[in-house]
Each structure stands twice: as C-alpha cells, then as structure tokens.
Write a protein that binds this ligand. Structure first.
Ligand SMILES: [Zn+2]
Length: 454
C-alpha cells in the first residue's frame, strides 16, 4: 500500500503579500490554513467597479485562476456555471489565523459543510464586517471558535493555535502536529507591538515543538527598508506630541480593525482632556469587542471620552430613521459636523480618507492637523495619496506620517527563525522569498500549486 505522505500545497501567498491558502495533508486528513483573498491576483483583469460577477459564482474567478480548481472545496451553487463538478467536501477543516481579508475573505466560497475554526475575537470581527459593510458576506459555516492553547483534533491531526501580536486582535499562529512531526505556521506577526509577549510565547512553543517545517510570513523581508516604521508605543508618544501642542482639531486615519492603534489615539485624546470622535462603524465594532475582556477596549456606549459622528443621510436632518438599525444604537453619543466645528479644540477625530467630504461641512480652521497612521504609499504615483494631499492643502491641514507595522522586519524574522530552528522553511506572504536563504539553507522557493512532501 502506498503510504499517505504529509504534504503542503500553496494556493496563495506565493511571491505576493496576502492571499494565503495553504493545503496541509497528513494521511487521510486535509485542512486549509487560511483562505484569503489576494491583493494582486486579478488586478490585471479587474479594477474599480469592474469586478467578478457575483451571480456567476466562481466562473469569473476560475477564468483568471483567482482560485484553485479543486474538487470538494466549494459550495454547490457557486459551481453551477463552472466546469468543476460538485462533490461532497474533501476538506476536513479550515483554520483562520486572523480576520484580515487576505487571510479570510474567500471563505465565502467554501462548502458550508466544511467546519471553519477561528479565534473567538476573529468571529466578532467577521460578524461586525458583515453587519456594517455591504462588501463582506461570508455565508453559512459551521464556525468553531478557539482560544490560545486549545488543542483541536481533526482526524488524528492536532492543531494548536497560539496567540501572536499583529495589527489586529485575535491573531494566531498554529502548531500542527502531524504524523511526520510539527509544522509551524506563523500567520502574520510582529515583535514590536504592545503584546510582543504573545509573539514570544508563540516562538517558545514553536521551538519546543522541534518543527520539521515552518511556514513563515515575510511581508517586510526586503533588502533595505525605505519606509519609516515606529513601534506602537512611539506612535502613541509622537501623536501625543501633536495633540498636546495644538488647540486645533486633529484628524486621524488608521486601518479600521487595528484596535491597538485605536487604543493609542483613544489614550492620547483622553490624556489631553479631549474627546475622540469615531464613526458608527467603529462604535459597532467596539461594542462587540468589549465582550472579550482580554482586549481591554472602552465601551462606546458608556465611555465619556467617546463621541460618535453621524453624517447626513436620507432626509439630511439627522433623524433616527435615516440610519441603519445597527447605527442607531449610538445615537445617545451622536455629534454632527456642527458640533465638531464648534468644539474643534477639544476633539481628536477618526476620519477615513473615503469620508473626507465631511471636511466640507466640518470646516476645520487653518493649521489643523492630520495624522496618517497607515503604511506610506507603495508607489510615487499613488492617485489616492495625491488626492488626499490636495484635500489637506485645500483646508490648510498639517500632515503627519505616524505608523507602526503589523509585521516583523528582516532582522526580527531572522531572529525568529534562528530561534525556532525549523528543519525547512516555506516563506510565504512575501515578495522576496529568496532573502530567506541568507538565514537558512533549507528554504523552499514555493511554487503555486506544487505539492511539497514533508
Ligand atoms: Zn494580517
């Protein structure tokens, strides 16, 4: 009889940052680690409002190989207009490392009979995303939540999620105990965030497992880093400098699910006796996340430092019926453009780039401030970046770039790998897998869809 070998096949995250979909097979068990959307794949064919047609299920995705054509993975109705026949699930489980779209977004296509394992906090994020945005709809799944240290058995395979620090709460790496030994998957992680102790704990457990293989992210694995990167603590300190030295309003743009960053700006506002003004979307997310005590986030309903900004909608007169039901929950905390205009000196305001038109109504005074707390643009011809600066110039707002990455840099990745000492390394979620060769000889330059036997 042929021995069923342990193997890894990568259907995403190959020579690109994001889109992780890793098939792990061990004897008769088959699981996927993450099932995310690629940021770059498909960019040659789809742009702006030219998108895959939802009504066609997976047809448009298969046309351009945006998803692997594998039997026993996808939901029946999504295959109706494709040439891939439906068969019952051949995947035993999908494990999600964290709620970033490049790790979770394509679970919307999975056969609902495949169980989806995810962190307790990750489930809150998915629910909030579905509720507050028309872009996200994950469909029906058998969700099974875990916490760090759990040991989940799937047909003889044991999967151990271990928390890590990343730019979203409830991020995990996995130790997968296979018949050939432990396989470590880092997910996305960093060593300079407020919970670097969690990443250290993960590294310890990974090392103890004496892994036969490590699947390691390499977002910041670059020859030389040009962009400025602070630690979370530095972002808070430098933002405090901006806020404490002005009597003008300070606007902030950050990644909507980065709750460490939210906490930093919340602290800065509070410590300076100011209020933080957030969107109903952020308020909704907070109202869910407060149920996870570990996250130590403020309750938007009760916290006196938090106000919620309502845009004009429908009637234009801020009536309850103008808003979605989930938005109405925070109307006790409602402020609008008039209030913000009047109390500029007392406010730090979350303002997403796509909400910049609100500035027309808020009419901030000259020499107000704007903190761009996200990655710097990747190219110099970034149109949104140009538009953003046009708006800031128009309103005479001062610009500050203050961001801490969610990922380890090159030397931190090197330290991690040297510490874990895996027998072989599979770099993913990186544009520069070759650079891993400088750390360890046993690096696989992963090819899409190729099966690697462990
Ligand atoms: Zn991530």
């Amino acid at each position: 009889m042929v021995k069923q070998k342990t193997s890894l096949t990568f259907y995403g995250g190959v020579n690109e940052i994001g889109g992780n979909k890793i098939l792990l097979e061990d004897k008769k068990v088959r699981i996927f680690l993450d099932f995310g959307q690629s940021f770059t794949m498909g960019a040659e064919y789809f742009t702006g409002w030219l998108r895959p047609r939802a009504v066609n299920g997976l047809r448009d995705y298969f046309e351009f190989n945006l998803l692997p054509k594998i039997r026993g993975v996808y939901a029946k109705e999504l295959l109706a207009f494709t040439d891939l026949p439906y068969v019952k699930p051949k995947i035993d489980a999908v494990f999600l490392s964290h709620a970033h779209v490049d790790h979770v977004n394509y679970i919307q296509f999975l056969d609902p009979r495949i169980p989806v394992y995810l962190g307790v906090g990750t489930k809150f994020f998915l629910e909030a995303m579905e509720k507050t945005s028309s872009f996200y709809s994950y469909g029906e799944h058998q969700y099974r939540t875990f916490r760090t240290g759990d040991k989940i058995e799937v047909g003889g395979l044991v999967v151990e999620p271990v928390h890590v620090d990343h730019s979203i709460p409830a991020a995990y790496g996995f130790l997968i105990h296979t018949s050939e030994g432990a396989i470590v998957y880092t997910g996305d992680l960093r060593a300079h965030g407020p919970r670097k102790d969690m990443t250290e704990e993960f590294a310890d457990k990974a090392r103890e497992s004496e892994p036969v293989a490590t699947i390691c992210e390499g977002t910041r694995m670059v020859e030389k880093e040009k962009r400025k990167n602070y630690s979370e603590h530095e972002v808070e300190k430098l933002s405090d400098k901006v806020v404490s030295s002005t009597d003008k309003i300070v606007f902030v743009t950050r990644y909507s699910r980065d709750m460490d960053r939210f906490r930093s700006f919340y602290n800065v506002a509070k410590n300076n006796g100011k209020k933080i003004v957030i969107s109903p979307k952020t308020a909704h997310l907070l109202s869910k996340l407060v149920h996870d005590k570990h996250l130590r986030l403020p309750n938007p309903m009760k916290d006196k430092s938090i106000l919620v900004y309502y845009k004009r909608k429908k009637t234009g007169s801020f009536q309850e019926k103008d808003y979605y039901i989930w938005e109405r929950e925070f109307m006790d905390k409602m402020v609008n453009h008039k209030f913000v205009h009047k109390h500029q000196s007392e406010i730090v305001m979350d303002l997403d780039f796509y909400q910049f038109a609100e500035l027309i109504d808020i009419r901030p005074g000259p020499d107000s401030h704007f903190i761009h707390s996200m990655s710097e643009p990747y190219s110099e011809e970034d149109i949104e970046d140009e538009v953003m600066h046009n708006w800031l110039r128009h309103f005479k707002i001062k610009f500050h770039q203050l961001h801490a990455s969610g990922h380890m840099n090159r030397s931190q990745l090197t330290n991690l790998i040297n510490y874990i000492k895996p027998k072989q390394i599979f770099p993913i979620h990186t544009e520069n897998p070759k650079l891993f060769k400088a750390i360890n000889k046993n690096v696989h330059l992963v090819r899409y869809g190729k099966r690697y036997t462990i």
